[in-house]
Design a protein around this ligand. Structure first.
Ligand SMILES: *Cc1c(COP(=O)(O)O)cnc(C)c1O
Length: 442
């Protein structure tokens, strides 16, 4: 990372760009990667040095950087229609995408509302749920429920249903808090899902008349550090929501689009939510796009002569044709090959390659779901533990890997297009990076 071009972009970025999710002072020592271009699973700096994108550029990329099929679709769309407002107008990419997503739910979620980022999709689902109950004459149902360690985005409304102290505590005074209920995190033992459902039932019994919706990250609470749970939890939660008349919001922003092995994570529990939020992978990692899918019965509660009973939420770029076209090209890629089958094969291969780590004395809870792989590092020294993530990131760069552990949880969430050789390289060098990071503590 030492050529002039590299250094120049880093210096100018640190002078002008306020980077997300970053204590900027750490960059006095921590490297910043000046990405010049991407191809497939690899990112390249200005010096031609390469990094395997082991975390899909923050969980968004599915079919690689500069994917030829998505590029071609976008170039065509660019010459056809770059953008038109979606209030009072409509266009082919938005209609086709809404129809295709609905079909993927066997028409259960028959309407799609478009926004641009995940946090907005979450807030739209919360607003729609509350407004639904209000239109149905139950305006007292205005409280929300989330799980311990949940992550649903960082706008002020989304922070209300997020339970990550690091992102939330500074803004506590601004936030309208949701009820926080036990997480079914299976690291807590075989009984975790049942215990979490029992806790949810207690809250419902006490509070259901005031509850609008429960929001969950189905199967994997990613930002919590890839906390995984059993599909039986979702089945149980759906039943509870039906019994007590509370909406279920599935935040599939990270886990949707095949990430957990099925296109929607909810499919593994054979349930559909009342609202399903999608973003991240849906545009193939190309453009900001988010979508809230919902049932026709909910849509019908807003359909009225009265303007104010409608859902008046808007975003300037809602349903952007380029973003929708990228999403359509992404869905085409799912259709053109047995992506989910092939991912299952790759997932077994990867799990086998990572398996020796399971016996490492400094590793706990080696786990996987679909194309998400994770383990928790055991580090006794408090200072070493606190700096583990940053040091691992730096050591990974030396191995040509882009990886960013969450605290002491190392995870891999690679794009789907890695070939077997790249998968082995990722597994092996993750182990090397881990050993190097541990050795620094010795
Ligand atoms: C990333 C994420 C969000 C927020 O999406 P943004 O586009 O970053 O606002 C919400 N929920 C989950 C589960 C996520 O992983």
């Amino acid at each position: 990372m030492n050529t002039e071009a590299n250094q120049d972009w880093v210096a100018r970025s640190l002078a002008a760009v306020w980077h997300p999710c970053t204590q900027m002072k750490h960059h006095e020592r921590l490297p910043l990667i000046p990405v010049a271009r991407g191809k497939g699973a690899w990112l390249y700096d200005h010096d031609g040095r390469r990094y395997l994108d082991g975390i899909s550029s923050w969980w968004v990329n599915l079919f690689g950087h500069a994917n030829p099929a998505i590029n071609a679709a976008l170039k065509d769309q660019l010459d056809t229609l770059e953008h038109a407002m979606l209030a009072g107008c409509t266009h082919e990419p938005a209609v086709l995408l809404a129809e295709r997503l609905s079909a993927l739910t066997q028409q259960t979620l028959g309407h799609a509302f478009f926004a641009s980022d995940g946090a907005s999709a979450v807030e739209i689902a919360l607003k729609m749920s509350f407004h639904y109950w209000r239109n149905r004459g139950q305006a007292q149902k205005r409280e929300f429920v989330c799980l311990a360690n949940s992550y649903h985005g960082e706008t002020i409304g989304a922070l209300g249903v997020t339970d990550v102290a690091l992102f939330k505590d500074a803004y506590d005074a601004l936030i309208r808090h949701a009820h926080v209920v036990t997480s079914p995190d299976s690291r807590k033992g075989d009984d975790a899902a049942r215990a979490a459902l029992a806790d949810m039932r207690s809250l419902f019994e006490a509070r259901a008349q005031h509850l609008a919706a429960v929001i969950v990250e189905p199967l994997v609470q990613c930002a919590a550090g890839m906390a995984m749970h059993d599909a039986s939890y979702l089945k149980g939660l759906r039943a509870l929501c039906d019994e007590f008349g509370v909406h279920l919001i599935a935040d599939e922003i990270a886990v949707g689009c095949g990430r957990t092995g099925t296109f929607f994570a909810c499919e593994q529990a054979s349930v559909w939510p009342d609202f399903l939020c999608l973003s991240k992978g849906i545009s193939g990692g190309y453009l900001p796009l988010s979508i809230v899918l919902t049932r026709d019965e909910i849509y019908a509660a807003f359909y009225d002569d009265d303007l104010t009973r409608g859902f008046l939420h808007s975003h300037s770029y809602t349903g952007n044709p380029l973003a929708c076209r990228a999403a359509l090209a992404t869905l085409d890629l799912f259709d053109s090959a047995d992506v989910l089958d092939e991912n299952r094969r790759k997932s077994s291969l990867m799990s086998a390659a990572l398996k020796p780590l399971g016996d490492h004395p400094n590793v706990r809870n080696l786990r996987s779901r679909g194309t998400i792989f994770a383990f928790d590092a055991v580090i006794e020294d408090a200072t070493q533990a606190r700096t583990f993530s940053r040091r691992f990131f730096e050591n990974a760069l030396k191995q040509e890997l882009l990886l960013r552990p969450i605290g002491k949880t190392v995870y891999l969430m690679p794009p789907y297009i890695l070939d077997d050789e790249e998968l082995m390289l990722l597994a092996e060098r993750t182990r090397t990076t881990f050993e190097a990071t541990l050795a620094e503590a010795a």
